[in-house]
Design a protein around this ligand. Structure first.
Ligand code: FAD
Length: 517
C-alpha cells in the first residue's frame, strides 16, 4: 500500500469570530444522506452550535447534524459515508459536549453526530465484586456521578469538570488529581461499544478486539465512535476533607507533591496550581473554595509574588474514620508549606467533584464563561520540570496569567501504556495546564493574539530545550508535528487508522489526516 499522508487543508479560522461565514462543502453534499431511514433525525438547520466549542477560536459549519436515537443510526450514517468511497469529501465528527478547544469536534462541511441525543443503553449500575456502570457514549460525567451515588458507588478517576461526555474524555484521557493512583479515566474502563469508520458495530475490551479497545482509548476519535462504555466503580466516599496549602518556592512544592503521590494510602487526590499575580474572578475561577476561617481566606492573595498552592483531598466516612483529622495532621506534618497557610474544609463527594461548576455559574453570570479559551496542556517529565518552571514562571509568564495554571505530578506505573495516549517516557511526569481566558477585542495581555503568542513561546521552549515534553489534548497544524508527537507510536497509530477508518472519515477536526491515508 502506498500511504499518502495529507494534512487537512481546511483553513483555520483563528480569530475571535465564533460564527463561520460560509459552508464551503454544501454544494457537493450527497443528498442521499437525507433519505436514510434514521430512528432519530437529521437536521440541516440550526447548525451554528456544532460550529462552536469551548475554545471559541476555531469554527467550521457542518453540512448537517444527526441526532441519533439508536446505535444503528450512527452505524447507518458512517457506513453510508464509507460507501461513498474515497472520492467523497464527506467526514463525520462525533460531538460530545463540544468542550474541545481547537475545533476537534467539528466537521467542516460534513456530518456532526450529536452524541448527547443517544440515550441508549439506559444508564445501568452493576453492583458486586467489581462494580461498573454502563452508559451511552454521550452521557455527561455529572449524570453518571448522580446515578452511581444512588448505589453508594462512584467512578474512580475524574476530570476536574464534570459537564463533559464519556466519549469526549475517553478520546483524550481524562486526567485529574486521582490519576496518580488510578491512572486516567481511559484506564478505568472495562468495555466499549464502538462504531468504526466502516460503520461496523464492535464490542471491545482487554480480551475482545483488544487492539480496537486500546486504539480508541485516547485515540482522539480516529478509530471509532464510542456508543457505550462500562466504567469501573468504587465505594463512594461519604465525605471529603478538601485542603490547600501554599509554598513560596517551586522546589519544596514539587518535592512534597512527589512525596505524596508515592504514598499508597495518604491522600485520594493530589493537584496543585501556580498563583501568578492573582487578581480578579478569571484568575480565581478554579478556587471556589470556602475555608471556614474568613481571616485565612483573606490571606489567599499572592500580593504580586508567585506562589504555589498544593491541593489535596482525603475521602472518609465520619462514622468509621474517627481519627481522620489526626491522620491528616500527621501527613501534613511531613510537608514544608508556609505554616500559616493551611485551608481546610469538609464537603460532600458531589460538592468536591463538581467544584468547577460553581465557578462556571459565577463566570456565566459575569459574561466571562463564553469567551475564547486558548488553553495549553502539557505533560512535562520530572527531569525537565525544574527548568520548565524556571523558564516559564519567571521569564515567559510575566504579569497576569489570564486564568489558572494547574501543575501536578502523576505516576506512569499506574497507567496502561497500550492505549493511544502519548505521554513522556519517564515514570513520573507533570500535567501542566494553562487555562487562559481571552478578552474579546482586547489588544492587551489578555487578548487572544497575545495569549496565543505566549503559548507559542512555551511550545518553542519545549521544542528547543525540553524534548521529553508532550502536549495533552494535542493540536498541531503540520503533519511532521503529529508524527513527532506520536514518535515511535506513530506506526501503530497509522496501522490502526488503516484498519478501522481506512478512508479517514472520523474526527476530521483533529486535523491529523486529510482526505487520504
Ligand atoms: P467534544 O469536544 O465534543 O469532543 C472531543 C473529541 O472527541 C472530538 O474529536 C470528538 O469528535 C471526539 N468524540 C466526542 N464524542 C465521542 C465519542 N462518543 N466517540 C468517539 N469520539 C468522540 N480534561 C482532562 O483530562 N482533565 C480535566 O480536568 C479537564 N478539565 C476540563 C475543564 C473544562 C472547563 C473544559 C472545557 C475541558 C476540560 N478538559 C479536561 C478537557 C476535556 O476532557 C476534553 O476537551 C474533552 O474532549 C471534552 O469532552 P466533550 O464531551 O466536550 O468532547
Amino acid at each position: 500500500i502506498i500511504v499518502v499522508l495529507l494534512l487537512t487543508c481546511t483553513p483555520e479560522s483563528n480569530t475571535n469570530d465564533l460564527l463561520p461565514s460560509s459552508n464551503s462543502y454544501s454544494s457537493s453534499a450527497p443528498s442521499s444522506l437525507m433519505h436514510l431511514p434514521f430512528d432519530g433525525h437529521l437536521s440541516f438547520d440550526n447548525l451554528h452550535f456544532a460550529a462552536q466549542d469551548f475554545g471559541g477560536v476555531f469554527s467550521s459549519l457542518p453540512l448537517a447534524v444527526l441526532y441519533p436515537r439508536s446505535v444503528s443510526d450512527i452505524s447507518l450514517a458512517v457506513s453510508h459515508v464509507f460507501q461513498l468511497g474515497p472520492s467523497s469529501d464527506l467526514k463525520v465528527a462525533a460531538r460530545g459536549h463540544g468542550h474541545s478547544l481547537q475545533g476537534q469536534a467539528q466537521s467542516p462541511g460534513g456530518l456532526v453526530i450529536s452524541m448527547e441525543s443517544l440515550q441508549k443503553p439506559k444508564m445501568r449500575v452493576f453492583t458486586g465484586k467489581s462494580p461498573f456502570v454502563e452508559v451511552p457514549g454521550g452521557e455527561l460525567w455529572i449524570n453518571i456521578l448522580h446515578e452511581t451515588l444512588k448505589y453508594g458507588l462512584a467512578p474512580k478517576s475524574w476530570t476536574d469538570y464534570l459537564h463533559l461526555t464519556v466519549g469526549g474524555t475517553l478520546s483524550n484521557a481524562g486526567i485529574s488529581g486521582q490519576a496518580f493512583r488510578h491512572g486516567p479515566q481511559i484506564n478505568n474502563v472495562y468495555q466499549l461499544e464502538v462504531v468504526t469508520g466502516k460503520g461496523e458495530v464492535l464490542t471491545c475490551s482487554e480480551k475482545q478486539n483488544s487492539d480496537l479497545f486500546h486504539g480508541v482509548l485516547g485515540g482522539l476519535g480516529q478509530f471509532g465512535i464510542i456508543t457505550s462504555a462500562r466504567i469501573s466503580l468504587e465505594p463512594a466516599a461519604k465525605k471529603v476533607k478538601w485542603i490547600r496549602v501554599l509554598y513560596h518556592d517551586f522546589s519544596s512544592f514539587s518535592k512534597d507533591q512527589e512525596q505524596l503521590i508515592s504514598l499508597e494510602d495518604a491522600f485520594d487526590y493530589v493537584e496543585g496550581f501556580v498563583i501568578v499575580n492573582r487578581t480578579g474572578l478569571l484568575n480565581n475561577w478554579r478556587s471556589s473554595f470556602n475555608p471556614k476561617d474568613p481571616v485565612q481566606a483573606s490571606r489567599f492573595s499572592s500580593d504580586g509574588k508567585t506562589l504555589y498552592c498544593l491541593e489535596l483531598a482525603k475521602y472518609f466516612d465520619p462514622e468509621v474514620d474517627e481519627s481522620v483529622d489526626k491522620e491528616i495532621e500527621r501527613l501534613l506534618g511531613k510537608l514544608n508549606y508556609i505554616s500559616s497557610t493551611l485551608f481546610m474544609s469538609q464537603v460532600s463527594l458531589l460538592e468536591f467533584l463538581d467544584r468547577v461548576h460553581v465557578s462556571e455559574l459565577k463566570l456565566r453570570e459575569s459574561g466571562l464563561w463564553e469567551v475564547p479559551h486558548p488553553w495549553l496542556n502539557l505533560l512535562v517529565p520530572k527531569s525537565e520540570i525544574d527548568d520548565f518552571a524556571r523558564e516559564v514562571f519567571s521569564n515567559i509568564l510575566t504579569g497576569n496569567s489570564n486564568g489558572p495554571i494547574l501543575i501536578y505530578p502523576v505516576n506512569k506505573s499506574k497507567w496502561n501504556n497500550q492505549t493511544s495516549l502519548v505521554t513522556p517516557r519517564e515514570d513520573l511526569f507533570y500535567l501542566v495546564a494553562f487555562l487562559s481566558s481571552a478578552m474579546p477585542f482586547s489588544t492587551e495581555k489578555d487578548g487572544l493574539e497575545q495569549i496565543l503568542a505566549r503559548n507559542q513561546k512555551i511550545m518553542e521552549l519545549c521544542k528547543v530545550k525540553l524534548h521529553g515534553t508532550k502536549q495533552y489534548l494535542p493540536h498541531y497544524s503540520k503533519q511532521e508535528d503529529w508524527e513527532a508527537h506520536y514518535g515511535s507510536q506513530w506506526e501503530v497509530f497509522m496501522r490502526r487508522k488503516l484498519s478501522y477508518d481506512p478512508l479517514a472519515i472520523l474526527a476530521p477536526g483533529q486535523r491529523i489526516f486529510g482526505n487520504k491515508i
